[in-house]
Design a protein around this ligand. Sequence first.
Ligand SMILES: Cc1cc2nc3c(=O)[nH]c(=O)nc-3n(C[C@H](O)[C@H](O)[C@H](O)COP(=O)(O)OP(=O)(O)OC[C@H]3O[C@@H](n4cnc5c(N)ncnc54)[C@H](O)[C@@H]3O)c2cc1C
Length: 443
Amino acid sequence: MNQCKTTVIHTNGSECGNRSVVVIGGGASGMLAAIACRKAAERTKKGCSIVLLERNVHPGSKIKISGGGKCNVTHQGTPDELLRIGFLRQKEQRFLRHAFYSFTSNNLVELLFRGGVLTFQRDDGKVFPVNGNGLSVVLLLEKLLRESAVNSFFSNRVLSVEQHKGQFLVTTNRSSFIADVVIVATGGVSYSRTGTTGDGLQIARAFGHSFKDTSPALAPVYTKKPFPLAGVSLCSIDFLAQAGDDRSVVRRGDLLFTHHGFSGPVVLSLSRDIAELRAIYANILLFADLFPELTKVELEEKLLTQARKSGTQMVRKYLQGTHTGINNKIVGIIPSPLVPYLMSQASLDNDVTWSGLLREKRQLLLHALKHFPLGNVLDVPLDQGEISAGGVLLDEVNPKTMESRLVPNLFFCGELLDYAGEIGGYNLQAAFSTGWLAGSNAI
Ligand SMILES: Cc1cc2nc3c(=O)[nH]c(=O)nc-3n(C[C@H](O)[C@H](O)[C@H](O)COP(=O)(O)OP(=O)(O)OC[C@H]3O[C@@H](n4cnc5c(N)ncnc54)[C@H](O)[C@@H]3O)c2cc1C
């Protein structure tokens, strides 16, 4: 590890005719950019000096905590499959396509395999290191950086980047560097304690770039009056956020009650849309459809059948548990702690039986099951998102190279760009792929 204590100008080989490249940020995208840059230099037999600047004492802080430390490095599938499932907005899919084809999830798995980090694929397509340890991925990337003769300077926070006569002057808290090419890979703004405070956005702005304001994504949602049901989960529900009469967003999946509101896959997935609505509307109401596979008519028929079959059964007894439909397919699961809230929402007495359930009350129960109110959104905390949305505008970056369309020899990659992926290894793959593409085109 290099640590400069005094201010020195590193000419990085420009004087001897070599191209000098400075990568800012030692996360997934920055490390891959530096490694790919060396590969490109070897392939084209060009001289090249590569410096990587990381503000933390060690690189890869987010890789280490990814997937709860187990590191869901990527997702199995073709680039098109990954883009379709992992990035729901078409503009982002289009922008990332070239990067995903340039460095695929198979390429990543192979790179890890060659370096001794074996991976396995879960049934849901998520890929993890077999050793269940994100640190092993970081250690391998550090080794590859050393083998690629990348000069890594840790504890070096880049404070500014300026351009003088076609070259860049990169100034950190400890030193200064002159470079022909700069790759900005400073990540998003969530989990800011890992070093991601949006510095790259200010660098981009200094070069005339615009960026979409950062906003939460893959974040929990806090509500004004959280249910005292922390730890309880709802499986395969439709999670709906409603703003005003005509604006709503919905997604299907599993939800987890927390002390502050909700988390779990469907909440994380919808949090970006909810945060965007919240920027416009003060009041956002959340609802769960506990039987999304059934229409209201089908569900009413199911309740009526049960009433005919077991008139003396208490409604609350029936509600809790797993409900099946045609071919024994599960159509709804109601955890028992939720039942009292459902009964209260439908204004039902605790001991009401099917035969005692009047039509009007049955309609209220139906409504509660299909449109159960989960509360009013208080906040979608930006810093707690696994990623942040927003960033350098995609229109201003060439998707075939990751080079700025405004400033030649300035590149951007990783979460700093205005894209946001779903849970499942898509974000790390996007960082690796865009980093690889930037590095490959940097010399
Ligand atoms: C808790 C958590 C769990 C996650 N789990 C997963 C998962 O399982 N799978 C998945 O695909 N994704 C996951 N992600 C998202 C994924 O980790 C990120 O999208 C990805 O790491 C982004 O890579 P990056 O290189 O763009 O940015 P980062 O990895 O954030 O790297 C940016 C680097 O730049 C450095 N830096 C910033 N400013 C400066 C500066 N001025 N000077 C020098 N250095 C600077 C930072 O210190 C940091 O090291 C998770 C994220 C979090 C927070």
